[in-house]
Design a protein around this ligand. Structure first.
Ligand SMILES: *Cc1c(COP(=O)(O)O)cnc(C)c1O
Length: 408
């Protein structure tokens, strides 16, 4: 639910207004302006909107773009420019900000994986670009090496180039797996603590055999330093999502790294056709929007943002703990989606409700709220993607449902 929707909702829902009204009622003009300025297309189509307590989930439309990003999109939508010129100039600036030789805005991290590998396979040979994804008899390499612990669904992105993925567990297996067909050594940051081979050793092995290394760190900002850490470390290619924590366009991402590979990847991208990437189009508005999101994210006071998340998380915890038998715990994932997660559990003898039931009641309530049900009498949520004030609505609703289910 957008802030403006929340405001609108408050104006017709005194019940919830009581929880968040004080802070937000200072700008009633905004609520009115929304009604006058445009159509409520969600309402027109009967599409459910909700307060997002789950984080950046693609199926839930990811993240909400910052106003600055929306302004950039709208502002750049009034004029034409050459797509390549936008990618050249904005890519150069992104590369500079992230300590890479070169960069390009892709349609998400997934396409960055496909296009990055395409760039490695073809280089700037246009004949090879046209041949993908048929590698046999072309002289192109055809294998990507991946640690078994780093094998997740998104790795399908590599198969789109015609390559196959070879799984290894140990350094010895990797050494045995490398051959003249090996195109790439792939590393998945979110599972960095699971594989036997770490970042630095992965890069070292790549250099030893002269095979490029690529890291998928799609969901690994914050911390913001990760935007340049893996370029500094020596990965040849780095792939990031633009529509997760950075809150750029949901269909944008970054491919950064060695210029020769990015130059190659660009040949598999629009505006050129006759390639595997013509369908992975990024328009100029998204390129500018991605840049503004990145710039904003880099310049943000991340300590302040973190403190804000902690405060809002504590607010929800304090409110729900007012129900007898309820306990809370805050955890922070070590890798990926690094934000405070609030776990709420309760004594089943005192509150007759499962986590699944609570999640359903919140989803079916007004406003609709999405949190994560856990097994038994437990749920978890994050205030990460909630707009200011929404956490109060969430706290109040959870307390309400837990109180209702309290056994007398
Ligand atoms: C989200 C994610 C992707 C896909 O990113 P998009 O920007 O949605 O294309 C790839 N890899 C990992 C590890 C992810 O978390």
């Amino acid at each position: 639910m957008q802030r403006r929707d929340l405001l609108k909702f408050i104006s017709v829902a005194p019940l919830v207004g009581g929880a968040v009204g004080n802070k937000l009622s200072a700008s009633p003009a905004k609520a009115g302006a929304y009604g006058a300025a445009g159509r409520d297309l969600f309402k027109e189509f009967g599409i459910r909107t909700f307060i997002n307590g789950r984080g950046t989930i693609t199926a839930m439309s990811g993240s909400l773009m910052h106003d600055e990003v929306l302004d950039a999109i709208k502002g750049t939508s009034r004029k034409f420019c050459m797509l390549d010129e936008a990618q050249d100039k904005i890519g150069a600036k992104i590369a500079e900000l992230c300590h890479a030789e070169s960069a390009v805005v892709t349609s998400g991290a997934f396409s960055a994986l496909t296009l990055g590998l395409a760039g490695v396979l073809t280089g700037t040979d246009e004949e090879k670009v046209r041949q993908l994804p048929h590698l046999e008899g072309t002289g192109m390499k055809s294998e990507v090496i991946c640690q078994r612990a780093h094998d997740i669904t998104y790795n399908h992105a590599f198969l789109n180039t015609g390559c196959k993925i070879v799984m290894v567990d140990t350094v010895e297996e990797l050494r045995n797996a490398i051959n003249e067909k090996t195109a790439l050594l792939f590393f998945l940051n979110i599972n960095a603590d699971r594989g036997q081979i770490g970042h630095e050793e992965w890069i070292k092995l790549g250099r030893e055999y002269n095979v490029p290394t690529l890291i998928d760190m799609a969901a690994d900002v914050p911390p913001v330093e990760n935007l340049w850490r893996f370029n500094d470390m020596g990965f040849d290619l780095v792939c990031v999502s633009g529509g997760k924590a950075m809150r750029g366009p949901q269909s944008a991402g970054l491919l950064m790294g060695r210029k020769r590979f990015i130059d190659g990847a660009r040949l598999s991208m629009p505006p050129r056709g006759f390639n595997i990437g013509r369908g992975m189009k990024v328009n100029k508005e998204e390129i500018f929007g991605m840049y503004v999101a990145l710039e904003k994210f880099i310049n943000e006071d991340h300590d302040k943002v973190w403190k804000d998340w902690e405060d809002r998380t504590a607010m929800v915890a304090d409110e729900v703990k007012k129900v007898a038998g309820v306990t809370t715990e805050v955890t922070v994932p070590k890798l990926g989606n690094v934000t405070p997660n609030l776990h709420i559990s309760w004594d089943e003898q005192r509150v007759a409700l499962t986590g699944q039931e609570l999640a359903e009641r919140l989803r079916n309530g007004n406003p609709s709220i999405e949190i994560v049900p856990a097994r038994g009498s437990k749920v978890w949520l994050t205030v990460w993607m909630m707009l200011p004030g929404e956490e109060k609505v969430v706290a109040k609703r959870i307390r309400e449902e837990l109180t209702k289910a309290t056994v007398a």
